[in-house]
Design a protein around this ligand. Sequence first.
Ligand SMILES: *Cc1c(COP(=O)(O)O)cnc(C)c1O
Length: 223
Amino acid sequence: MSTIAENIRLIRKGLSKEVELVAVSKYHPIESIKLAYACGQRVFGESHVQELTQKYKLLPKDIEWHFIGHLQTNKVKLIIPFISLIHAVDSFKLLCEINKQAQKQQRCIACLLQLHVANEESKFGFSLSACEQMLANSEWKNLTSIKLKGVMCMASNVDDEAQINGEFKDAYDFFLHIKELFFSDDDEFCLRSWGMSHDYKIAMRQGSTLVRIGSDIFGDRQY
Ligand SMILES: *Cc1c(COP(=O)(O)O)cnc(C)c1O
């Protein structure tokens, strides 16, 4: 068995059954993705549009591609034909652009709203208040070619488990809050994307349903 297959097997054993594994393959070669594919992995995450579109062309078409990075509005149209889920929608403007391009290409695109919960200067993600405001202003309901399916976040890049746990808890509590306010009759608003290689076990304790794991599967990235 390849090391990659062995890593996936070990990680899967530790995942709660309602949690989906997104194998983050950014900066890893096609050959590594094929090894993961060979042991049944079908969901892959990438964070650069050009790298993703090239990999998409070369790999089996039953792969479910997730875009997990910061998405620039001018590149949205390139991934619309095949993307399964966009994790990090961080502005209403981006949501509108995804909707516009999806409509043109006659698709409906599943999206997650990225929340800024980390205690860091990270540039991306809605503050909780901005996210709630955006939802309260019901304009998003007119966007019929996108489907809001939940939320995503990244915890601070620290060793302090209590801090990481607190940040995921903030995201989970906020998810429950907006679910009740805006999606109470929408069973499809149910996804929580949090947890990476170093913190996915904590993330699962705080309601994660999608873990995005790169290094623990593929090893160090080659930049
Ligand atoms: C790269 C990346 C990951 C994977 O990180 P690892 O530490 O390699 O598991 C997860 N989420 C996002 C948004 C990323 O950019």
